[in-house]
Write a protein that binds this ligand. Structure first.
Ligand code: AMP
Ligand code: TRP
Length: 340
């Protein structure tokens, strides 16, 4: 035996396992980037990082089958444009690894109707709809399977996923106490600044391609002039202080956080540097900083998206790696649960 092999195995086992997912719906926006995707590349060098385009989740609301494939490739290209390198991490489509659906069914036995009924995202997305799919209701169980199949330590997500992460932990704990210690309890990694980017037109709502306004949602594919226009026309307040706190300051607070992230400063620093300055200059600076941050991502996206063969190859390689890990967990879950 190679003398280094034993220690290599120990080192590999000690590495942090990171998993996160993103839906191939709509177009990805500044909130997705700031709250989640931007943080993902750093984990590539800390241990094993696994990123999943959650196409199964995306069919939980009405969708167009003829564009799902394109959207999945768009999303994979976006992740790579943001700095994920398929040589150093795993990128795959959820539907290519059937263990996700199987794991969700198994874990569904441990989740209750009551707790799923309390999920904020379910309540928001189902409210006022004439018809609500069963998949929308059980969505968080599939998400728990995504995470728990990979012995995940950390899940980098935006603030809106906090409740789903807590549920995943509860389900894992329940599995472990019923069937013996197996599933690792994952921790959410939610950014302190930028965990919830708000709509630029309606800053009391989070930025979203489904629940927000088109003018208030900055897409990662928006060209530079659109970026500038959307930020310059962001709703603020009738005051003139670049401050986060106070009545009606949601719009300004949102722009302060965005600028802080785009220029790698703290929100306090940004506030202090605009003491006495007007909104006009402030917004112009936000627009310029955001374009400097996402312009290169857009450029790389366009290049990567043009080579479908390469994207498909990345996804297929990723699915193979993911399945080799997930199948072990599902097999052990089934054994513990008493299946033949
Ligand atoms: P989704 O597009 O819903 O699959 O979300 C992908 C990731 O982006 C998740 O980690 C979300 O928590 C995050 N995210 C979505 N919208 C926002 C937002 N407005 N602000 C910050 N993070 C967000
Ligand atoms: N529900 C997440 C969202 O809407 C996407 C998601 C699915 C996810 N499975 C996941 C995120 C597993 C982290 C881990 O943003």
């Amino acid at each position: 035996m190679d003398p280094t092999e034993g220690s290599m195995v120990r080192i590999l086992a000690a590495m942090t396992r990171v998993f996160s997912g993103i839906q191939p719906t709509g177009q990805k926006h500044l909130g997705n980037y700031i709250g989640a995707i931007r943080h993902w590349p750093a984990y590539q060098d800390l241990g094993e990082a696994i990123y999943c385009v959650v196409d199964l989740h995306s069919i939980s609301v009405p969708y167009d089958a003829s564009t799902l494939r394109e959207n999945t490739l768009d999303t994979a290209a976006t992740l790579m444009a943001a700095g994920l390198d398929p040589g150093r991490c795993t990128i795959f489509a959820q539907s290519s690894v059937p263990e996700h659906s199987e794991g969700a069914w198994l874990l569904g036995a441990l989740a209750t109707f009551g707790e799923l009924s309390r999920m904020t995202q379910f309540k928001e997305k189902s409210e006022g709809q004439a018809s609500v799919s069963v998949d929308l209701f059980t969505y968080p169980v599939l998400q728990a399977a995504d995470i728990l199949l990979y012995d995940t330590d950390k899940v980098p997500v935006g603030d809106d996923q906090r409740q789903h992460l807590e549920l995943a932990r509860d389900i894992a704990q329940r599995f472990n106490s019923r069937y013996g210690e197996l599933l690792k309890l994952p921790e959410a990694a939610i950014p302190g600044t930028g965990g919830r980017v708000m709509d630029l037109q309606e800053p009391t709502r989070k930025m979203s391609t489904t629940g927000g306004t088109p003018q208030g949602t900055l897409l990662l594919t928006d060209p530079a002039d659109v970026v500038t226009r959307k930020i310059r026309s962001a709703v603020t307040d009738s005051g003139r202080e670049v401050r986060r706190r106070g009545e009606g300051k949601e719009g300004i607070a949102n722009l302060i956080e965005i600028l802080a992230i785009a220029t790698d400063r703290t929100a306090e620093d940004v506030e202090a540097s605009y003491d006495g300055a007007g909104y006009g200059q402030f917004k112009a600076d936000v627009a310029e900083a955001v374009e400097a941050m996402i312009g290169p991502v857009r450029q790389r996206y366009l290049e990567l998206r043009a080579d479908e063969g390469h994207l498909l190859q990345v996804l297929s390689m990723g699915a193979e790696r993911a399945q080799s890990l997930a199948s072990r967990t599902v097999a052990e879950m089934k054994r513990r649960m008493g299946f033949v």
